[in-house]
Design a protein around this ligand. Sequence first.
Ligand SMILES: [Zn+2]
Length: 128
Amino acid sequence: MICCRSADRQFLNRQYHMAIDPETARERLAAIKRELETLSALSEEDRAAVALDQQAVGRLSRMDAMQQQAMAQAAERARARDLQRIDAALKRIEDGEYGYCSECGEAIAEKRLAIDPMVSLCIACAGR
Ligand SMILES: [Zn+2]
């Protein structure tokens, strides 16, 4: 079991060194960052305090507005977390550590990075 996993890792490492290029990773991360910043700017109004005139709108629509605001604020918090992860990943690229697990130092599988280019842990460490 252990020897098979280590063989898999060596194989993945070889794959990794051929496939991942820091410049491509940097471009992908920058593109995601721009997208998040655009979404954030577009939703600014939705996140603003609900200032509906109680008399002009019914109680239900005010609750709808507050629910929408809460959802917009939650989405913004998720974007802020992703932006932090992007900046951390960009720093790992600068430091030459990108694509390696920050826990065990093994190369992170390319497919895993393709799904989420911000991941900092290999699948084994992430599952712990
Ligand atoms: Zn690991």
